[in-house]
Design a protein around this ligand. Structure first.
Ligand SMILES: [Zn+2]
Length: 650
């Protein structure tokens, strides 16, 4: 939707140190910058940012990327959101590509609703803190509930006056469109008049991932049998209930850091826990979790802990989303708050550290919990009990990710124990469900095969088949490193001089013609081919064209290919500084040794083929040929090894 010119303009302004440095404290170290990784907990910095290459890499957790992918990962922006954020930051005017009339219309409505919500949020907050009724009714109620002003401001709480149309009049006076005002749910139309919908209620604004106000929850203050406790925003262009987790904007970084997301029922639970210093918490509103909400959590962590009060209907609702959670690869635990309390009242009564301890000590495995509940319900009825066995086997079968294999084994063992059935029997049943699931997925997978068969590092590791053992993994990885090397030197040095007439790109592309069949990772060939195309067209492709490529997969691969470690290690520098005169001499050596490794592999492959031919029946003449070939290959091997031996790195 953003024009290519705008994107170019944004990319040319990007200063990775400035942007990443806004989120991570960075220190200069050599040509790079070093800081504590924002994506995993660490005490010694291993998060490296290279301003020259415009990329970051963490040597602790392995995350890497460019400025845009940093914003996508750290702030959970989409590609377009990241671009818009950068555009705003650098004062680049965003030129939009033509949208369809419907899409433009929808976007305009959405923009209007955001603007109205922002106005309303400020109006309600202002009323809460500065208006007499707001203070007397709203503020004193919230204080009585134990909230301090700091937390009220953090969550932008507010109050709507208990009069017919105070807000409506203010909004109309500010020229807001009456039709859109109704669509936000802030007002309702009675005959020709607009009436405030949240009269006499405290207001909880609801934010999306980027902190924009998308809707409100309005809570009644005086109990009243006829009125609902909460009124929420109706579904509209920006408020889509199934995608909302209350508090996710305020909690996002804490969830990332803690690698755990706590899920509670209500707004006040979230706010109370925040006030107590427990910030990795969101609320679902007590309904069963949707796939969109689970995916939202998955962006930040694999560990979900549901905290509900013991006899809440919400527990059952939450458990209904369990199968989906397992399929999304989430590890789900459940904590029940005792004594008819909710997290809000409980944390208030026992304090933050006791609350934390309670959570840690009382995490129940949600699958086993569900099993125990179902078993209790079944009582002595053996038909019902058989159904429970089936159900638990099906649930366990959903944990089908390769890395969760031992988890699955554990569940089978523990469930068999609870059910008092034979472990092997349950194992067989689980496998039956797995086979059924796989059969169903196979048709789907066949279509997608082309996309996943090359997915080694840089791709989604869960999409990989399980490697046979560590040796084969190392083997794969060594080859992969090798293959990456060729792309790396092309991206890094492609436009530098090779000799008097040629650039490095000419040399590498020339050699690659013969070596390309060695490249197993076909996505690397995509980069190679794209580079070749651009280069032949007279463009001057550099790593940047790939780093900021719209195709995120390609961009990730390009980042992963690039090596910042080479210039990072102080040891390396000390060790070799005297031996290699200048970095300018270094790149040719780097190119040569990289290509030599690939050539060596080619030689080994030819030797293997030759060896296989030797094993077949042949004439004397053929034997001579084969032996000569062998000698020739041996000589090439020797010479390559010798050359490689004289090169210091790698
Ligand atoms: Zn890290």
């Amino acid at each position: 939707m953003i024009s290519q010119q705008t994107i170019q303009q944004i990319l040319s302004r990007i200063d990775i140190i400035e942007i990443v440095g806004g989120f991570v404290k960075l220190k200069k170290r050599g040509t790079n910058y070093l800081g504590l990784c924002p994506f995993h907990n660490e005490k010694t910095p291993s998060f490296t940012v290279s301003p020259a290459k415009e990329i970051y890499k963490c040597f602790g957790c392995g995350r890497s990327g460019n400025t845009i992918s940093f914003l996508m990962e750290h702030e959970k922006y989409s590609y377009v959101e990241a671009l818009r954020w950068l555009a705003a930051r650098y004062n680049v005017e965003v030129e939009e590509k033509e949208l369809s009339p419907e899409a433009r219309q929808q976007q305009q409505v959405a923009e209007s609703l955001y603007i109205i919500n922002t106005f309303a949020q400020k109006f309600f907050a202002d009323t809460l803190f500065n208006d007499e009724e707001g203070q007397d009714v709203g503020l004193s109620y919230l204080k009585e509930r134990g909230f301090n002003e700091e937390i009220m401001r953090k969550f932008q709480l507010g109050y709507c006056p208990d009069q017919r149309d105070t807000f409506a009049r203010a909004a109309l006076a500010a020229q807001y469109n009456p039709e859109y005002l109704v669509r936000t749910g802030l007002v309702v139309q009675r005959e020709e008049k607009l009436i405030d919908n949240y009269r006499g209620r405290v207001i909880f604004p609801i934010h999306n991932q980027t902190g924009k106000t998308i809707g409100f929850g309005a809570r009644i203050i005086r109990s009243n049998d006829r009125a609902p406790k909460y009124i929420n925003t109706p579904e509209n262009e920006i408020y889509v209930k199934s995608k909302i987790l209350y508090g996710s904007y305020q909690a996002r970084q804490a969830i990332d850091k803690a690698d755990e997301c706590l899920l509670v029922e209500g707004y006040t639970d979230v706010i109370s826990l925040h006030q107590a210093g427990i910030e990795n918490v969101v609320a679902s509103g007590g309904t069963s979790l949707t796939i969109d909400q689970l995916r939202l959590i998955r962006k930040y962590t694999h560990h979900l802990t549901i905290i509900y009060d013991g006899d809440s209907a919400g527990v059952k609702a939450a458990l209904r989303g369990l199968d989906m959670a397992l399929e999304e690869g989430l590890d789900v635990k459940l904590v029940l708050i005792p004594d008819k309390e909710d997290p809000d009242s409980y944390v208030r009564r026992i304090g933050a550290s006791a609350f934390r301890e309670f959570i840690a000590a009382n995490k129940k495995d949600v699958i086993l919990f569900q099993l125990e509940v179902a078993l209790k319900d079944a009582g002595g009825d053996s038909n019902k009990k058989a159904a429970v066995v089936n159900q638990v086997a099906e649930t366990i079968a959903r944990i089908n990710k390769a890395e969760d294999f031992t988890r699955q084994q554990d569940y089978i063992r523990q469930s068999a124990e609870i059910l008092r059935i034979e472990e092997t029997g349950l194992y067989t049943l689980v496998n039956k469900f797995i086979r059924e699931r796989i059969a169903k997925q196979e048709t789907k997978a066949a279509n997608a095969a082309a996309a996943t068969d090359t997915g080694f590092p840089g791709g989604d590791p869960s999409a990989m088949p399980v490697p046979a053992d560590e040796d084969s993994l190392n083997l794969l990885f060594r080859h992969e490193q090798n293959e990456r090397g060729m792309i790396r030197v092309l991206l890094e040095y492609g436009l530098r001089a090779w000799d008097e007439q040629n650039l490095v790109a000419d040399y590498v592309l020339g050699e690659s013609a013969e070596l390309a069949d060695l490249i197993d990772n076909k996505r690397l060939l995509t980069i190679l081919d794209l580079f070749k195309d651009w280069y032949r067209q007279g463009l001057e492709p550099t790593s940047k064209n790939f780093l900021y490529h719209e195709d995120q997969e390609l961009s990730t691969l390009a980042v992963s290919v690039m090596d910042v470690h080479l210039e990072l290690s102080p040891n390396w520098k000390d060790h070799y500084e005297g031996k290699i005169a200048t970095p300018d001499d270094l790149y040719k050596e780097d190119v040569l040794s990289t290509m030599r490794y690939l050539k060596l592999r080619k030689v080994y492959r030819l030797m293997e083929e030759n060896q296989a031919d030797l094993g077949k029946p042949h004439s004397e003449e053929e034997l001579m040929m084969l032996l000569q070939t062998h000698m020739h290959l041996k000589e090439m091997e020797r010479s390559l090894l010798q050359d490689l031996g004289t090169v210091i790195f790698k």
